[in-house]
Design a protein around this ligand. Structure first.
Ligand code: S3P
Length: 171
């Protein structure tokens, strides 16, 4: 069985929906950021702080290559991962990439108190988020094989994700 790779902006619910969907479909769930953290022995914030974003992107790429070699996974990718062509290439054609699509205003509300994500810890957080969102949305759309609306409750969104997976051939 191929993997399902969930992509989308920070706060769109990739981990929550991925974990719920995995539980209900008998697949293994992997959160890409946690996978990177376990391998590195430190948090994503620490990686950014100590080694910078470029190094994090290298670790993230390694993780994509490794996860693409596994099977039956539901992967919650990091919000930046599928905006890089080399990471899309690692999964494309073999795994199914699903965009969890959530409007910017909903994301903004969900992340209003975020103190963890390194890219959002800045005084001009709102502007930076808008710019990044607008830049990335077309990249997510280009990478994704399918889109699931993610602004509803986790129960509804999980149900939509499961329905999609059941309809896929070879999964
Ligand atoms: C990032 C998103 C984060 C994490 C890192 C970089 C991004 O993951 O990978 O902070 O570039 O959007 P989440 O989408 O799980 O927050």
């Amino acid at each position: 069985m191929n993997n399902i790779i969930i992509c989308g902006f920070m706060g769109c619910g990739k981990s929550t929906i991925g974990r719920n969907t995995a539980r209900k479909t008998g697949r293994r769930f992997i959160d890409m950021d946690r996978y990177i953290e376990q391998k590195a022995g430190m948090s994503v914030s620490e990686i950014f702080e100590l080694f910078g974003e470029a190094h994090f992107r290298e670790l993230e790429h390694e993780a994509c290559v490794e996860l693409s070699q596994m099977k039956r996974l539901i992967v919650a990718s990091g919000g930046g991962a599928l905006t890089f062509e080399r990471n899309v290439e690692a999964f494309k054609g073999k795994d199914t990439i699903v965009l969890l699509d959530v409007p910017l205003e909903v994301i903004r509300y969900r992340l209003r108190n975020d103190r963890v994500r390194p890219l959002l810890q800045r005084p001009d957080k709102d502007r930076a988020m808008t710019e990044l969102y607008n830049k990335r949305l077309p990249l997510y759309r280009a990478a994704a094989d399918y889109t699931v609306e993610g602004q509803n409750t986790p129960i509804k969104t999980t149900a939509a994700m499961i329905e999609l997976i059941k309809s896929l051939p070879h999964t």
